[in-house]
Write a protein that binds this ligand. Structure first.
Ligand SMILES: [Zn+2]
Length: 190
C-alpha cells in the first residue's frame, strides 16, 4: 500500500549537504582521462567475454547503462591514483554502480550491501568474480602518485583550498538556517 502512495514530499536541502560533491569535484577534476579507441573498447569487452552486441553489466549480468571504475578513483576524500582509462573501466548497470560507490569491488560484490550482486542472489556469481579477476590481472591499471608529480607544497595548498571551501559552506549554512527560520516564523505569524 505504502509504495503505491503517489505523493512524495521534497526533502529539506542544506548547503552543507553538497559537501561530498565539492570533494568529488576536487578529486575528479585533476584525474587524467585516457579516452580509449573503439578497438581498445572492443578488446576490453572481449576480455570480459562480451562483444558490443552482448554487452551487459560485468557485476550482475543486468542491462548495461554506464561504465564503472573497477578500482575507485576516490577513497577517504582523496584520489587513489587510479585514472579514467579503459583498463580500469567495466560495463555496469545503474543499480550496481550506485550500490558499489567507492568500495573495493571484490569486497562489495560478495557483501550484503543493499543492491550488491550477492544480496540480489545473482546467478553464476563466482564465474563473474573470476572473470573480473582475470580482467584486473590483464589490465593492471596505471596508478599515478599525484603528490610526487605535483610537489608537496602545491598538493598541500590544493587540499587546503578544498577545506577552506567546506569551511565557507558551513559558515553560509548558519546564515541559511537563520534566514529560513525567519521565513518560517513569519509564515506562522501571518
Ligand atoms: Zn549490475
Amino acid at each position: 500500500m505504502d509504495n503505491l502512495w503517489p505523493f512524495k514530499f521534497p526533502k529539506p536541502v542544506k548547503i552543507t549537504g553538497r559537501s561530498s560533491t565539492i570533494t568529488n569535484a576536487f578529486v575528479t577534476s585533476i584525474i587524467p582521462l585516457a579516452e580509449p579507441t573503439e578497438d581498445e573498447v572492443e578488446h576490453a569487452l572481449e576480455k570480459l567475454g562480451m562483444t558490443r552486441a552482448t554487452c551487459v553489466c560485468a557485476y550482475c549480468g543486468g542491462k548495461f547503462s554506464e561504465w564503472d571504475h573497477l578500482r575507485p578513483l576516490v577513497k577517504d576524500k582523496r584520489p587513489t591514483g587510479f585514472i579514467s582509462e579503459i583498463r580500469n573501466l567495466v560495463p555496469a548497470c545503474g543499480k550496481c554502480n550506485q550500490s558499489k560507490g567507492n568500495k573495493d569491488w571484490r569486497v562489495w560484490i560478495e557483501s550484503s550491501a543493499k543492491g550488491s550482486p550477492r544480496s540480489r542472489e545473482v546467478e553464476d556469481l563466482n564465474q563473474r568474480i573470476q572473470r573480473l579477476e582475470d580482467y584486473e590481472r590483464w589490465g593492471s591499471p596505471e596508478r599515478v602518485v599525484f603528490e610526487d608529480i605535483v610537489g608537496a607544497e602545491d598538493w598541500r595548498r590544493y587540499w587546503a583550498e578544498c577545506e577552506s571551501l567546506h569551511s565557507r559552506m558551513r559558515d553560509v549554512q548558519c546564515l541559511s538556517d537563520i534566514i529560513r527560520d525567519r521565513v518560517v516564523r513569519s509564515r506562522r505569524g501571518s
